[in-house]
Write a protein that binds this ligand. Structure first.
Ligand code: FAD
Length: 261
């Protein structure tokens, strides 16, 4: 069983500010972390490996060479191999161009693996579009928002998937791509021994040409969408405090307002 997990290095979004003049994000000096939803996807893969020990886990990221930090963390936590797709030709890629580059990298490194796992969304881009686009480009089915792997054999799996306040139990054969949302997984810290093992495991670095990408499908030229401007959204609602010191009066006032609404 081969599992590819797509992991993304993201800036700590709670620390990012917006340059109001230029309408761009100020990323300088902001710490980079492994996208938390990718970490849940990773834990789902480790759960599969516990049940089917012959499983091989490959973590793949597209990003600058510094993205090696998230690959090292994943190897420390139990991945067998790491692949970084890194090339200037990828710069400026929107979701479709990103999905295209990742699809090419997956095919080149693993063919079509039985399972591809992704986070439900990246906490910086937040579009949740990349996994669906990859599934479409590779021509494989997708199950979004899984929270639990109920059962798995070498032929099929059954998972729980949660969206729109509904929990679905779904089955699929292989290959399948799944996105993982926060479920029953607990995030782990690697031990010192695991961290040392990660430092001695060299991830493969693959450029656009080696991945078999057509250059015009990458970067700005391969991106049908553009970020024109970024502005912080101002809170629109008014906030009123009822602080009369008398709860009954406060509730009566709130009641009047709710009636009018
Ligand atoms: P999502 O779709 O929310 O991510 C879901 C999951 O997909 C992740 O949890 C992960 O498993 C996987 N995934 C996503 N991205 C990666 C990755 N890189 N490596 C491995 N796995 C991944 N970025 C720039 O740097 N320069 C630009 O000029 C630029 N222009 C953009 C223009 C537009 C219109 C948009 C929408 C985005 C642009 N971006 C740009 C951002 C870039 O496209 C996104 O970072 C990228 O497409 C991933 O989208 P996302 O963050 O929404 O991921």
């Amino acid at each position: 069983m081969n599992i590819a997990i797509l992991i993304k290095q993201v800036p700590r979004t709670d620390k990012i500010k917006i340059d109001k003049e230029k309408g761009t994000l100020i990323r300088k000096g902001v710490e980079s972390i492994l996208n938390p939803y990718c970490e849940y996807a990773f834990e789902a893969a480790c759960d599969i490996k516990k049940r089917l020990p012959d499983t091989k886990i490959t973590v793949i990221t597209m990003g600058p060479p510094s993205a090696n930090a998230v690959i090292e963390r994943a190897i420390a936590l139990g991945a067998d191999n790491g692949l970084i797709l890194s090339d200037r030709a990828f710069a400026g890629s929107d979701c479709r161009a990103t999905a295209y580059a990742l699809s090419c990298g997956i095919k080149k490194a693993l063919g079509i693996p039985e399972i591809i796992l992704c986070g439900r969304q990246a906490i910086d881009g937040d579009t949740a579009q990349v996994p669906g686009e990859i599934a479409q480009m590779l021509g494989i089915p997708m199950i979004p928002y899984i929270t639990e792997i109920v059962d798995i054999s070498d032929k099929s799996l059954t998972v729980k998937s949660e969206f729109d306040n509904k929990e679905l139990t779904l089955s699929a054969g292989f290959p399948v791509l799944m996105t993982v949302r926060k479920g029953s997984n607990n995030r782990r810290m690697p031990s010192l021994e695991e961290t040392l093992k990660a430092f001695s495991t060299e991830p493969e670095i693959m450029g656009a040409e080696e991945a078999g990408c057509e250059k015009e499908k990458l970067g700005l030229s391969g991106s049908p969408t553009r970020v024109v401007k970024i502005v912080p959204v101002a809170a629109k609602g008014n906030c009123r405090f009822f602080n009369s010191g008398n709860c009954a009066e406060g509730f009566a006032e709130i009641g009047k307002i709710l009636k009018n609404i």
